[in-house]
Design a protein around this ligand. Sequence first.
Ligand code: UTP
Length: 838
Amino acid sequence: MELDTDIQTVAKGGFHCVLCDVSVPNQASLEDHLKGRKHQKLCSVRESRRAQEEHSVFVSGFQRGTSQQQLTDYFQRFGPVAEIIMDKDQGVYAIVQFGDKESLQGALAQPQHSMEGQRLRVKPREKKEFKYTPKKKQDVGKNPLNPELLCQVATVAEQMQRVVEVSELPESERRVRELLVAMLQEVFTEFFPECKILPFGSSVNSFGIRSCDLDLFLDLENTKSFQARAKSTAEQAGEGQSEDARSEDSILSDIDLATASPAEVLELVAAVLRRCVPGAHKVQVVSSARLPVVKFSHRELALQGDISINNRLAVRNTRFLQLCSALDNRLRPLVYTVRHWAKQKQLAGNPFGGGPLLNNYALTLLVIFYLQNRDPHVLPAVRLFKQMASKEEECVIEGWDCSFPSSPLAVPPSQNTEELGSLLAGFFSFYGQFDFAGSVISLREGRALPITDFLSVEEQQEAKEKEKKEEDEKEKEAAGGGSSPKVSPRLGPLNVLDPFELCHNVAGNLNERTQKSFLRECADAAKYCRSLQYQRKSAKGKVWGLVRLFSPRGRGQGAAEAERELVIDIPFKLVVLPESMRGQLRDAGDGFRQLWFGKVCRAVERVFREILKCDVTEGAEEEEDEERREEEKQAGAGDGPEAVNTAEWDPSATPVGPTEATEGRRKEQETNNNDCPQTAVSPKTCKTLKRPRLSREGTTSISPITKKQRLALGDRQSVTTWHGHVWHKVWAGRRKVRRDLLRTLQEHDRPEGGSVELETQVTERIATLEQEGEGVAVGGTAILEFALQARVLGATEDTKTELCFFPGEDTCGLFQDFFHFLESFLPRMTEKLLERAE
Ligand code: UTP
């Protein structure tokens, strides 16, 4: 039993069993719980899962269609095989469970495995933390992405995996679709001999969700040849028509596929669906779509389908998406997460196919393009795939080169090791500042091309058009006619070229408004992803991570709101102030708030600098920020609450220690400080103030306030910002250190309990312990960076200083602990310093 990790003490008292997700009020109940059936059962399930994991390997790279028996035969050479679990559907991987550990080690020790000429990848099985999900919570009804479930897991990456688990097309639905396709194949073959029904799109591209559409391509190429053959045989025999083509059931007697228009063929397809496919209803030909289709529903299976007759490219790009997902297992969670986010933000999911929103295919391509642009890349540019394809894998459709390898093994693995949570955050930053107006996204090249290249493209492409005219004609015939391919993409506010059909902008339907929303939502999401609420599970059970990201558009739960929670208030309390200060405040009249605020700011600074030994540098906005703000204001973007803290926080900047330079700058600023500002604060000034930025050179980039800013702010003291570095875990074990310190000091040396002196000594002791290696050693690097903004709020009777924190990069997840400590410590110490301020 893993009592240490399973049982947590609860702040309010009592215990929580993480394994069973049960809270109990005291030790006695805890013991009962641990002996109880539920806990015992889950312990034993966990044990057996672990044993399975420890005896299993993950195998990929075998040929599609490989059977369990073939795998058993192969792996039995290493020892007894207890079970094989196969991903039958995709034929992509299998889990091989051995009867004992020796056999497993034997299999893993073998440097190379090959079966039927294919190189197998054999890896130890990923160890997954066992999680119990109570039945009632699994029943998530219409909202499978239950926020409660998402909040239960430990990391954003796990949340993303959870998104996949609850959204993906369930195995049962997949099977049903296969059966329906098989049935349609049978029926259509009756009417269109030798035809093929090929599924494409979300049902098979590995990104399908529950109840997604079933997209089908009816390939009539062979049927045309069949008809032509039959015709010529009949002519030779002088009979006009062959038996087959004349048969009463044969639709081919009504139509010549070589000359019929797509609309005519689709009408026949619709007729077959209506009359001969059990369960098919609401059958309708939609000829106005970019690619005309027959739409239908299936009553019993409760699904909608589309059948098209000229969509060979879609079948090929579906294969391409399958390849991409097999190449990197981060793609699926990213795509599912981005799709869900986009839906919530009303950026994707045109209700009836058309419309001004992004379609799922375009969104998926946007994710792939982003992954092509990571450094190192996660996925290569599409043109590079061609070089990896064998002769047999070369493929040209409608004149477009669609060559890529069929096996992921032909593609060198990516060197990129970024974890899912930061890749997702990167997606939003990437598109939040993307120059959509000036570029065309090219997955083929793996980079954005200047839009100007496409404006004079006609001439260059005329040559190309000529070249492939012959091929096009052939394809046009095969597809039953249709318009010849347009050579230049239809440019719009957002341009994403299809990876193969290079003249097709898959986001060509988007309007300006949707593009702007996409950009803005990405920028907001990027901002939120920099906050602790995204990065770390809330210890208080608050929503965190993806849950806030998924809040529907319009609920205002963006980054600003998340960050606003990192706020500590210092209320104005006249009684704690020394008599001399009360006199000053009285004399200041209406300006008392500003005077008090100035003193609070100085006290806060001293708490950080003198008591907590942090390095804090007072700063103001940079001029360029000010200009940007001005621009935003003109563009109508700077007025709302979202305008708070929009400056870039560059987490990659190297933190600096307390240097002479920063110390010097601090002194200079102190001299310049006006303790008694005169101008009242304007709420708007507060709202639009931005967080200080860190420069890439690694020094703080807080420049002295400019004249222009002073004019704009009216009063620099109405809002004060600092940039800080924390050098030690000054909050950790503080109570114990304090107790030990008091014990060791002689009575006459002992500072007063809770005093500034005592707390200063406690910090010094923590720092010494850390340096001596007894605490958590931190060396010469700051363990945390933060920015802090103070402003004075409220009317005379409820005046307060609001301190708003902005954490920097916090890979160890320390900031939340630091902040919790500050919540009580900072107001207390500030008050102590104010008490004695002269
Ligand atoms: P969808 O955009 O419908 O994507 O395109 P989806 O993944 O099937 O999502 P659902 O159906 O909304 O759940 C379906 C397929 O159509 C082809 C692609 O093969 C895509 O997978 N397609 C779509 C194109 O080839 N070009 C396009 O511009 C759009």
